[in-house]
Design a protein around this ligand. Sequence first.
Ligand SMILES: [Zn+2]
Length: 427
Amino acid sequence: MGAGHGTIRGVQKDEGAATTSAELRTHNLARLLRAIHDGGGQLTRAELTRQLSLARGTATVLVRDLAGRGLIEELAGPVDATVQRARGRPTGVPSAHAAGPVALALDLRDDSFTVAAFELTGRCTVLDRQERDAGSGTGVLNDVAGRLKVYSRQFGCRVVGVGVAVPSPVSGSRMVQPTLPEWQDVDVAAALGRFGSAGSSGSAGSLASGPVLAGNDATLAGLAEARRGVLRGVSVALHLHVATGIGGVLLTGGLPVTGTHGSAGEFGHMPLTGNDGPCRCGSTGCWELDAGARGLLRAAGRPEQGDRMVQAEQVIAAAATDPRCRRALTHVAKALGRGIGALVNAQDPEAVGLSGLAADIYQADPDSVRAGYLSGLMRFRRADPPALLPSTLEDLGTLTGASELVFDAFLTPRGLGAWRSPGQKTA
Ligand SMILES: [Zn+2]
């Protein structure tokens, strides 16, 4: 695999038909590994066997095969001992191999970046978090590429790809309307993809060569909730991620619906709350003017400078004692709820996930969010409105979503076919 151009449109589970017995076996290996991944390494072999409708003997052979390839190791019990076990004879728990595959995940922001490593079962280690002066987009990308080179050397051939969450609508992996002018039309996968190409640094022959895959940060926050968070198992879900602006995604069957180019879900740029002022996006009357961090700061009479998220958090915290902050919070909470109502009218989701500032606003003033929400809903929906579910992943959401992009590409017959465990370097 060369450093590829990644797009979230490529997200799909490989369910292609297998025809020969070798193909069938590879297909089943990928299915089983996917189930181990989705279960977070908490399911016993017996539970996985049932879930996938495999014969017990087949499952045993497949588990042995995956272990032999250095992809998993079977533990005597689940890592998380608080998980309730179904009754019956205990079997081993297939879990992440200590030297198994790693997805590097990058949360790229205007003024900071975070790099984390995710094991197959979703366990995450934050490797690096750096603040930068906003304004030097090229400098940030150079720094990030340098750090990725270091980490891909550290993890060597365990790295199966890099997932990148970007603060911009994307077309493929190109940032089409970033806030930093220097990032305009930058293809993130191409810009960072060179980190892993053999020979680029002369000395590191065993650098990883997995693909670099990029997606919008709010889209990836929603993907993370569908896989590891509050939207798990929800058939049609709407997710909203509020930061400086408002983004999100509709997910059906756990898969994001991202549009023709990957740039769907810009819900903040819809006129949902009756505002008619000009928006930074080029449109007018956008929802984020009322319900994003900018809306909150404006309503609280705070300058829109510096780290808007930090300032917005301060306004929310001060609302308990400061009447002006309290009024600003109520205004924004109602506007948030009203917009959600409009989107629910349009999309008919089973539940709505909230992350970033949306989760904070909901937790600080749930009554105002709910009042706005109900007022925005069509009458027939009000008796049983979709639940509003604040995220519990906190700032790991976007990183988790970025790692899922990588594992979606890896957990396929083709991805597994390219895997060489550290013990088989020369293969
Ligand atoms: Zn706008």
